[in-house]
Design a protein around this ligand. Structure first.
Ligand code: FAD
Ligand code: UDP
Length: 385
């Protein structure tokens, strides 16, 4: 008898598996329909021996000490600060927008104060900041919005920024200084030996069984278990009872080139040209030394693998209906980006999974991370047992 069957071996499922197996001696079966662990964070060495991220660039960054300390049990890190350039016309300019972006785009020589005044003069003031268009035009005005955000967002989401929640473009700050880092989080690191190794270390435990290439539906009836932890798409779990939740998808085109380096930074965004949104050169992220280099192009599309929940009011309303249905199933715990329909980064998913573990075990999240109970300690009865 398994204490938990966990559907999905990404960050959500793997953190719950590792915590409950290692700290509370629970017997866990982890099932994934893919042929590998790691979910979307999976990385591997390609045919040329270059470490690549199969599902696009995954850059780790967090402000959460709990999350960083927890993952540090399973990996060493290499420091990495992410930088992105956007190709606008024939110019390469920093993203997020900063002093150099504006000076380069408009051939100006503004100072910080000059840029602050400039942005104030071009910023529009919508009555309320509701959409992704409102966020950007209220900060940088319409021309920068059109040059850097409108086309990229239309490609990425198949929607105009005016049709998307403010939270989407609000992920990208605007700076008036020359800081060209994509993130400013306290912890900006990459797993030294890759994500897959991190997952292998996390899941290497006698209490964890792993079954790959398997949809849980095909086996669940023959696997005795007490509770289910589900990290797949929530609408699929309920057989699309209220209709399909929109998830945006991507097609990835991976290439290897016979040169050591192709791009000055890891990611170049293409807001206005091409069908792809961005090109990532992995060696910048991984620090790998190799005489060849591998890149991936991202082509947004619908109806392939679900990658991105689409943040907009009608989708939130539909998700609420599924969430209410989920609440009627105390034997099932929904966690992760697809199961809770949240545009979460990896660290947010880890935090969410740790919170679920705290609920299942009766410990606090801090206790779980910093003072793990000895293996073999029996957890308090899990909610819903
Ligand atoms: P997933 O990783 O999607 O795992 C869910 C797993 O469930 C999958 O492996 C799936 O096969 C399995 N599954 C689903 N249904 C079933 C079923 N019926 N039976 C069996 N298995 C099933 N985050 C960052 O922090 N930094 C980044 O730079 C970053 N870049 C990203 C780039 C891209 C292109 C994408 C798509 C995401 C990016 N993310 C990034 C987000 C990150 O991928 C997610 O936050 C994280 O991987 C979500 O983990 P998860 O476990 O919730 O879901
Ligand atoms: N975005 C944009 N232009 C850019 C970078 C981002 O318009 O050069 C918008 C776009 O809508 C994108 C969102 O900001 O989907 C969030 O960007 P982020 O880089 O966080 O996306 P992710 O890495 O999650 O795909």
């Amino acid at each position: 008898m398994f204490d938990y069957v966990i559907v999905g071996a990404g960050f959500a499922g793997s953190v719950v598996a590792a915590q409950m197996a290692r700290n509370f001696d629970r017997k866990v079966l982890l099932i994934d329909r893919r042929n590998h662990i790691g979910g979307n964070a999976y990385d591997h060495y390609d045919h040329a021996g270059v470490l690549v991220h199969k599902y696009g660039p995954h850059i780790f960054h967090t402000n959460s000490r709990d999350v960083f300390e927890y993952l540090s049990k399973f990996t060493e890190w290499r420091p990495y600060e992410h930088r992105v350039l956007a190709k606008v016309g024939d110019k390469l300019v920093p993203v997020p927008i900063n002093l150099d972006t504006v000076n380069r785009l408009y051939s100006l020589n503004l100072t910080v104060e000059g840029l602050e005044k400039y942005l104030e003069s071009v910023a529009e003031k919508p009555a309320a900041i509701r959409t992704s268009e409102d966020v950007v035009v209220s900060r940088v005005g319409r021309d920068l919005y059109e040059k850097m955000f409108r086309g990229y967002t239309r490609k990425q989401w198949g929607l105009d920024p005016s049709e998307l929640d403010a939270s989407v473009t609000a992920r990208i700050p605007v700076r008036t200084n020359r800081d060209d880092r994509y993130f400013t989080d306290t912890y900006q690191v990459m797993p030294k030996h890759g994500y897959t190794r991190l997952f292998e270390n996390m899941l290497d435990h006698k209490n964890i069984g792993i079954v790959l290439n398997t949809c849980y539906r095909d086996v669940i009836r023959s696997v005795p278990h007490r509770q289910l932890v589900y990290t797949g798409p929530i609408d699929e779990f309920f057989d699309y009872r209220y209709g399909k939740l929109p998830y945006r998808s991507l097609e990835f085109k991976h290439e290897t080139h016979d040169v050591p380096q192709l791009q000055p930074v890891a990611v170049i965004n293409y807001p206005n040209d091409h069908a792809y949104t961005r090109v990532t050169e992995f060696k910048h992220l991984t620090g790998q030394a190799h005489h060849r280099t591998s890149v991936v192009y991202e082509f947004p599309c619908n109806n392939l693998e679900p990658y991105y929940p689409v943040p907009r009011p009608e989708n939130a309303a539909l998700y609420k209906k599924y969430e209410a249905l989920a609440a009627t199933r105390p034997d099932v715990h929904f966690v992760g980006r697809l199961a809770t329909y949240k545009y979460y980064n990896m660290d947010q998913v880890v935090a969410q999974a740790l919170t679920l573990c705290a609920k299942l075990s009766g410990a606090t999240r801090g206790e779980l991370v910093r003072k793990p109970p000895a293996v073999g300690q029996v957890a308090k009865p899990a909610a819903g047992c």
